[in-house]
Design a protein around this ligand. Structure first.
Ligand SMILES: [Zn+2]
Ligand SMILES: [Zn+2]
Length: 284
């Protein structure tokens, strides 16, 4: 089990209006573990697959995608699957694509009673950027409440955004960004909730013009030097007193490098029957 630290300030008591913007996200808290059965929710290879479904191939690199994440409703009942589905699978081609230096991602919604064969394990012959090979990790899902980033609030409710900016100034330089770092959007890999944008809001629209819904973030890092005070799990204690190697595994359990401390945000349009998805990559 992994537990998010208690917030330093109960921000909803200070700004009751925030209740209207509250969202739940499910932090995945990946932890490295060898050999997880293919029937479990997890990060890494060896997932279940529908025999009759074609395994995706990257047209640019002419090779199969590799498994990244598998989520079953039985393991994460709080996650809002599209109606009729109880399984989410994410695969990517572990190479840079075009001008965007990030893996090419695909997300699939499925029914667990259809997935029945174990996926092949990718071979050493593939062209692979090692930065994009996801280590096998078990999940420790935990629900947390989130509030919008200041950037989001300044667009949707400017007076509230400004009031929060003024409020946090009272804490001086040390905590002038306490809302942004610790009280609003959860860091790390998670399902649902708000996006912890690195380069500003970039929420995509579907072909049908609907604003797409964020359903997953895959993050290089679970927390950073700004966000650790809230988002480094309680169980790890004083994270800066442990060795670099130990901290690295805790901070970046997936073992991936997405540019510099990057994140890939996944979006879906639930208004379109085909449930189209899009991904946005950002890094610092
Ligand atoms: Zn590719
Ligand atoms: Zn749509």
């Amino acid at each position: 089990m992994r537990t998010t630290r208690k917030p330093k300030y109960e921000i909803e008591n200070v700004f009751p209006q925030l209740l209207n913007y509250r969202k739940m996200s499910i932090r995945l808290h990946p932890m490295r573990e060898e050999c997880i059965p293919s029937s479990d929710s997890k990060f890494g290879e060896n997932i279940q697959w529908i025999v009759s479904d074609e395994w995706p191939t990257c047209s640019e690199h002419r090779q199969p995608f590799i498994p990244v994440l598998q989520i079953f409703k039985k393991d994460i009942p709080g996650f809002d699957f599209p109606t009729g589905y109880d399984t989410l699978q994410v695969l990517w081609c572990p190479n840079d694509h075009g001008e965007i230096y990030s893996p090419l991602c695909k997300a699939y919604w499925k029914n667990s009673n259809q997935v029945n064969s174990t996926s092949r394990v990718f071979s050493d012959q593939l062209i692979i950027n090692n930065d994009y090979v996801v280590r096998t990790c078990k999940l420790n899902p935990e629900s947390v409440f989130e509030y919008p980033s200041l950037e989001d609030l300044l667009l949707t409710n400017e007076p509230l955004g400004r009031a929060i900016m003024n409020w946090q100034q009272q804490f001086g330089e040390e905590e002038e960004a306490v809302y942004e770092y610790e009280l609003s959007v959860a860091d790390g890999s998670k399902l649902g909730g708000y996006e912890k944008w690195i380069q500003g809001i970039e929420r995509p629209r579907c072909e049908c013009d609907n604003e797409m819904e964020h359903f997953l973030t895959i993050a290089e890092s679970e927390f950073d030097g700004g966000t650790f005070g809230r988002w480094c799990p309680d169980e790890y204690g004083d994270i800066w007193s442990v060795s670099y190697e130990v901290r690295r595994n805790i901070q970046s359990p997936l073992g991936i490098h997405l540019g510099d401390m990057g994140k890939i945000f996944f979006f879906v349009c639930k208004k379109c029957e085909s449930l189209p998805t899009k991904t946005i990559f950002q890094c610092s």
